[in-house]
Write a protein that binds this ligand. Sequence first.
Ligand SMILES: C[S@@+](CC[C@H](N)C(=O)[O-])C[C@H]1O[C@@H](n2cnc3c(N)ncnc32)[C@H](O)[C@@H]1O
Length: 436
Amino acid sequence: MSPLTTLADSLSSNLRELDAQLTQSQGSPPHLWDAKPYSGLDNTSQIPSQAAFQLIDKIRTDLRAAEALVTPTHFKLVELGLTQYKVAALNTAVSLKVADALVELGGHASLRELAEKVDTNEHKLGKIMRVLTGDYIFQEVSKDCFKHSRHSVALAGSPGARSFMSFITDLGMRCALGIPGDLTRPDTKNSFAEKDAPFVKEVSKGKTFFEYMMDPNNAEMVELANVGVQLTRMPLLVDYPWGELGEATVVDVGCGAGDSGIDVMKMYPQIKWAFQDLSAQVLADVKKAIPEELRNRSISFVEHDYFNPNVSRGNVWYMRGVLHEYVDEGVLKILQNLAAAMRETPNSKLIINEVCAASPVIAPADSMSPPSEHIPEQQSALADIGNLMTWSTFSLFGGKERSYEEYEKLLLAAGFKVSRFFRFRTFTVMLECELA
Ligand SMILES: C[S@@+](CC[C@H](N)C(=O)[O-])C[C@H]1O[C@@H](n2cnc3c(N)ncnc32)[C@H](O)[C@@H]1O
């Protein structure tokens, strides 16, 4: 069978199966043009079933393969090289609040009305809109007349979503400019340190992202982090079997804002929690953030440096987004300290929530199967989105995102073995480990 026919068959059967599953669970199939979210896919608190999610990952992989297969090379490479104009179009639409303008104009407007409303040039706005409608963000319903699509309506009336988009597009583009230099300059090419991140070199000229965030002029950054969390929170709560832990005490090592622990406790009423952080201020802020409904729960706050022998005792040791901040020596030191602490509590486990660096497809040269049959399993789902997200975090804070094999090697060296692997319905995973 030819590669195109192989892809056509794979896409056809996966698309039909997804359609049947979503239609059954939601009562209606997914829509594109209706200017409202599709609850089976767009509601961050109600994620698709495991089977549907796997189909989505496969379909997206095969669709990209189909596009690569039918696109002449010179267009393929030039289109990829011009992606920054898509980013700029999104950023412009967001800064001009085109989505809100469209709602205010009754949900349906000519280019002239839109341009007048957002106070810009009609011709240029038209070019912005057509870049976006090519990606099904907004819909041109008749010549020069636009309405919302399912994907553009999310940009209306939501200052959080809007500032998140302008943050990743505007700051992201400026940081991305520094990436080729980061990989070639002698002082940065082997560095994973925050002080060398492209953001520090290209944007802030010396301030780390953390210092920049602490500046009261950039207070909206904290709000942005909250919006970003929506991409991963529900999978963290439901794709790891927290319920199995019963009345265990979870030690949240390097807890930061502590929001994930708070959300786990809300959903799992028996679990006990110890928030641990180096900074007394961070812990005081977590204490303030504990909601009323959790006030009678067993919760402690422990000031501790994870590069020292651990002072807490617990059945489950939880680290979210900590290890990716360090080079291998740092990770090893943190893990060795945890292993020593865990020897004090029989059957304790370590759970690590991180992005797991992913290969979109690993296919043998002579493969006759569709690419979706060659998505590796022990890695984050949505490989492409995860890989872009990790460039975004790297260019802001530095750090090292690792593959399953890279984590496993460090865990083994520190005296652990991976007992279970959970690929979440987002681009993060949970590695569950025990003492070897
Ligand atoms: C990237 S954040 C961790 C994210 C957090 N676990 C979460 O899920 O949002 C890093 C946190 O680790 C803390 N930290 C930094 N160095 C530390 C150390 N040596 N020991 C303990 N905590 C540390 C910081 O104060 C910060 O709150």
